[in-house]
Write a protein that binds this ligand. Structure first.
Ligand SMILES: C[S@@+](CC[C@H](N)C(=O)[O-])C[C@H]1O[C@@H](n2cnc3c(N)ncnc32)[C@H](O)[C@@H]1O
Ligand code: SF4
Length: 367
């Protein structure tokens, strides 16, 4: 029997400009590229979308709203033809502030999108320039106002800290100015130097330097200011007002099955995990020939899926059921002794210090 995934991800790789720190699969939006991609995603939904019965949908990228209004309309109509979206409770789309228009916002509302996630990263003009961002702070304000006036009552803004040269005052200022807009959700990511990015190269040459102690202070600053502003941390990088956590991302962290469409998208259904090819032209060719557009597929041992669920579960403030940690008795004892793991009601979770070492702890949990 085909197992159905309750969470659907769709990847649109196009961006107006490539940011030098970003390692998501992306491509400069250009004439002639978007229409074939939209057709191919609709075809992929027709061929393989029967594996999804989504309760959450997340259209990410890249910058999905780099598509035109007409292309977005076509994409939504095509998806609806092949996938039953009637049970979707949370429908998110990612936007770059430079791609928000009143027409696009209104089309998205009509199409059933009820959550928007927008990349702000920083409010400082010099840092925005260093990050290669295509927008300025004023555009963040005007785009946010457009989304609110269109009726979006569930808005997330992304911030990045640990940017080369960023001062504590600049980070505090970015958090405060973000909170002044009163978004429903704020993601505060520590900059990661991803391989194959210009930032990674500049770190390798010694131009940029990672400073984990400074990053730890930035993390604590964010947690404190956001908490005081009414945003509860529910995962290491994610803060929400009551009732506004991201259900799609929580499903990932809880280890639920998900289906991904579009170039580079990952899927995990049952004991299988696969990735679509991170190349738009190759993806379009494969799908239009009726072939699964895969770059890799693996069978996941049950122990690996269980370890992933624990590792991601520990990243969430709700923590995990201690019974699930029984097989990791020695590791758990040493994490507790080092003050990295704590009881939280009937569950266990990482302490604030443990959250700073979440990646290392996740690696130690893998079988
Ligand atoms: C697909 S992008 C968001 C939408 C849109 N493309 C934009 O940039 O405005 C997802 C988010 O990932 C975060 N991100 C990307 N690369 C990162 C990196 N190297 N380190 C930390 N956060 C990163 C950014 O905060 C970004 O907003
Ligand atoms: S951060 Fe967003 S806009 Fe920048 S390259 Fe990545 S996906 Fe594109």
């Amino acid at each position: 029997m085909v197992r159905e995934a309750h969470h659907l991800y769709i990847h649109i790789p196009f961006c107006l400009q490539i940011c030098p720190y970003c390692s998501f699969y992306k491509d400069i939006a250009g004439p002639g590229k978007a229409d074939p991609l939209v057709d191919a995603i609709i075809r992929e939904a027709e061929l393989f979308g029967h594996r999804a019965a989504p309760r959450t949908v997340f259209i990410g990228g890249g910058t999905p709203t780099a598509l035109s209004v007409i292309q977005l309309e076509r994409l939504f109509a095509g998806l609806r033809r092949h996938i039953d979206l009637s049970a979707v409770g949370e429908f998110t789309i990612e936007m770059n502030p430079a791609t928000v228009t009143a027409r696009k916002a209104s089309l998205l509302r009509k199409a059933g999108v009820n959550r928007v996630s927008m990349g702000v990263q920083s409010w400082d003009p010099d840092l925005l320039r260093l990050l290669g961002r295509v927008h300025d702070a004023a555009q963040v304000r005007s785009s946010f106002a457009i989304l609110r006036s269109t009726g979006f009552d569930n808005l997330n803004l992304d911030l990045i800290y640990g940017i080369p040269g960023q001062t504590p005052a600049q980070w505090e200022d970015s958090i405060r100015r973000t909170m002044e807009l009163e978004p429903d959700h704020i993601s505060a990511y520590c900059l990661t130097y991803e391989e194959d990015t210009d930032f990674f190269r500049r770190k390798s040459t010694g131009e940029f330097r990672e400073d984990v102690d400074r990053d730890a202070v930035f993390f604590e600053t964010a947690a404190g200011l956001l908490h005081d502003g009414g945003y509860s941390q529910y995962e290491i990088s994610n803060y929400a007002r009551p009732g506004r956590t991201c259900r799609h991302n929580i499903a990932y962290w809880e280890g639920a099955d998900y289906l991904g469409l579009g170039p580079s998208a990952w899927s995990t259904v049952g004991d299988r995990r696969w990735q679509n090819v991170p190349d738009t032209a190759a993806y379009v060719r494969a799908v239009q020939s009726g072939v699964r557009p895969l770059t890799s597929e693996e069978i996941l041992p049950a122990a690996v899926r269980e370890a992933e669920k624990i590792a991601f579960g520990l990243r969430m403030n709700a923590g995990v059921d201690p019974a699930r940690l029984a097989a990791n008795h020695d590791l758990v004892a040493s994490l507790r002794a080092e003050g990295l793991l704590e009881d939280h009601g009937p569950r266990v979770r990482l302490t604030e210090r443990g959250r700073l070492l979440a990646d290392e702890i996740a690696a130690a949990l893998m079988p």
